[in-house]
Design a binder for this molecule. Structure first.
Ligand code: ATP
Length: 136
């Protein structure tokens, strides 16, 4: 067994990433966790957040909108509602989505509060990741 992990990020929109990497840090519902090759098998739910991978000297950053992670000694599968690589995030679209969701939250009645809050969270984290990428 070589010293890498195969990472697959799968969404209903398609396979976002498939490749061999050295280590992964993801946002689990119980907090951030790291995975190195040889990690024990486990399943966890994910929060909306950032997923970071190291591949040699390269750092790959993804937005992940929550979902599930299955960790095996040589493979990690992420199943998410949506995910993008940091450089693929359209920051203007995320800012517009954030404004739209914030406006919705101000209309105290007749809104699906959980849905609007989740939209704020996705857009906020997309903007944060995109800005981090632009600052690289
Ligand atoms: P919006 O209101 O802008 O559609 P959303 O949070 O509702 O945002 P999602 O349901 O999470 O969007 O994602 C729908 C699809 O659009 C997915 O393929 C996702 O990767 C893509 N997507 C959403 N927002 C962005 C963005 N800012 N940049 C790039 N792709 C995005």
């Amino acid at each position: 067994m070589d010293n890498t992990i195969t990472l697959e990020i799968v969404t209903p929109y398609g396979l976002i990433f498939s490749g061999d990497i050295d280590e992964i840090t993801a946002t689990g519902s119980e907090g951030e966790f790291g995975v190195f090759p040889g990690h024990a098998h486990f399943l966890t739910t994910l929060r909306v957040g950032m997923l970071t991978c190291k591949r040699g000297s390269e750092i790959l950053i993804f937005f992940v909108s929550g979902g599930y992670a299955e960790v095996m000694p040589d493979k990690v599968t992420i199943l998410a509602d949506s995910a993008e690589r940091s450089e693929d995030i359209d920051v203007e679209r995320a800012r517009t989505a954030l404004k739209r969701a914030e406006e919705r939250l101000k209309q105290a009645e007749k809104i699906d509060f959980a849905r609007a809050t989740a939209a704020v969270e996705r857009a906020t984290i997309r903007v944060q990741i995109a800005e981090k990428h632009q600052a690289k």
